[in-house]
Design a protein around this ligand. Structure first.
Ligand SMILES: [Zn+2]
Length: 110
């Protein structure tokens, strides 16, 4: 069971448990009733590491294919809008590329 109220990690006031259903990639991926906390005072939203693990379990089972495009002399892969929102990505932020094998390159967001 999730705890109904915990201390906000940003301002230490009370944050309440909420649920949301997240649809990604035009509804191909639906993450049902994802728990998260929203602070009553500062309005920030966050998840606990346990909640994150639950989401990861559901999210592991899909992938999306993207074309490689060129930007200047580099190559780039664009990220679909709903994944941008889901991972709260912003232009100019750094990501980490982690080579896993000859056929696998992981992208880590902070
Ligand atoms: Zn807060």
């Amino acid at each position: 069971m999730e705890t109904e109220k915990i201390d906000c990690v940003f301002c230490s006031e009370t944050a309440e448990l909420k649920y949301e259903t997240i649809e990604l990639l035009d509804g191909k991926v639906v993450l049902k009733q994802q728990p998260y906390y929203k602070c009553k005072k500062c309005g920030k939203e966050f998840v606990t590491s346990r909640q994150m693990k639950e989401t990861e379990k559901q999210i592991n089972s899909f992938s999306v294919s993207r074309p490689i495009v060129s930007t200047g002399r580099s190559l780039a892969i664009t990220i679909p809008t709903d994944l941008v929102k889901f991972y709260k990505l912003k232009k100019g932020e750094n990501v980490q590329l982690i080579p896993e094998s000859r056929h696998m390159l992981k992208v880590k967001f902070f």
